[in-house]
Write a protein that binds this ligand. Sequence first.
Ligand SMILES: [Zn+2]
Length: 454
Amino acid sequence: MTSKSQSTVWIKSPMAIFAENAEEGIVVQDEKILELVARGQKPKNQIDEVYDAGDSVLLPGLINTHHHFYQTLTRAYPEALNKELFPWLKSLYKVWANIQPEMIAVSTELALSELLLSGCTTASDHHYLFPSQLENAIDIQVDEAKKLGIRVVLTRGSMSLGEDDGGLPPQSVVQTKEQILSDSERLITTYHDSSQGSMTQIALAPCSPFSVTTDLMIETAELAEQYNVRLHTHLAETIDEENFCLEKFGLRTVDYLESVGWLSNRTWLAHGIHFNKEEIQKLGQAGVGICHCPTSNMMLASGICHSLELEDAGSTIGLGVDGSASNDGSNMIAELRQAMYLQRLRYGASKITHQKAYNWATKGSAALLGRSDIGEIAVGKQADLALFKLDEMRFSGSHDSLAALLLCGAQKADRVMIAGNWKVVDGRIIDQDASELMSRHSNAAKLLRQLSSV
Ligand SMILES: [Zn+2]
């Protein structure tokens, strides 16, 4: 370890870089970025190693702020096809209730691997299923993320409002408020690391207005404040949800959010589609962040997020691939392309540039997770990087390399670095047997289907 300490790598002269004044690349020392090298310059620091990035586009590591890893087991699930959110959820809850601990392990490993290979260096997961056999689901996820060496913000999700009490999920997948709060506290005190460069963080994430009780929302916000952790939930994804809130609480979604003490800059919301003008102002003034999930929103025909109005009002926009039953892939670089194109339908081509999509997936996403140490290629930030080669037919004939990644539809990173360590080299995760992982994962998915059709 001593010999590695203080070693420097110059990632030299990329063909393009998403950073200012770094045309000749960057110098990484241990886990951080030490220096940016401007056009025509050489590094000022002593260099131990040079990586020639002349055939690569260099981006800050992409940050995914909403996912449900376990859903990789129910991709393109026959009974859930061609449905909108509520009927889609109802088709799947009873399947998900049969998930076993080893299925959480393999689905987490697969989803995180997919994300890594697409240039993602920090991933958040929203796990809200805790039937009796899955009480340690988040503990399992922590282990899997550590094995891969990817940075994670694992959110302790929850469901406490079952069908018997007017909620959407079946009783078999809901827990009591007491169980949820005590486990949330256990996970924070066991795993949450708030330090700069942290690899593992915990946030609290009751699932949605239609699956948790009002008391749980209120007390979760109090717990988050007590431990200074982030708050996350799904909100305003569909009109069905808005109608549910009006019927059950007599409130629209944002009024409900305010009534339970969640209108704060500690909160980031998945989707955030169906807001009126006043609600957008309210969210912006409170600094609530929004995770835009374009593919999922198109797949479930939920609607289009008002990203620019939300930004103008003061909210930060980040990106998420969402769960793999409503995407159905976990490809972060592909999601930027989807975000750029879906948002162009609302705002026109000139307002939604490729730079804007890169910003959402890096700086924007980092802010949603409350992180100032990642999301940017700048001196002192963590050395989380994604390098893409334009060596496939899809890129042939392209001129602006940074634009080409999104316009030509990049699918995979060539190299990925997290905290100064290469995790992906030549398009493969170091030390991973991808075929063996896919075989374990697809067997788990088949077993889940068998268990669910009994
Ligand atoms: Zn979701």
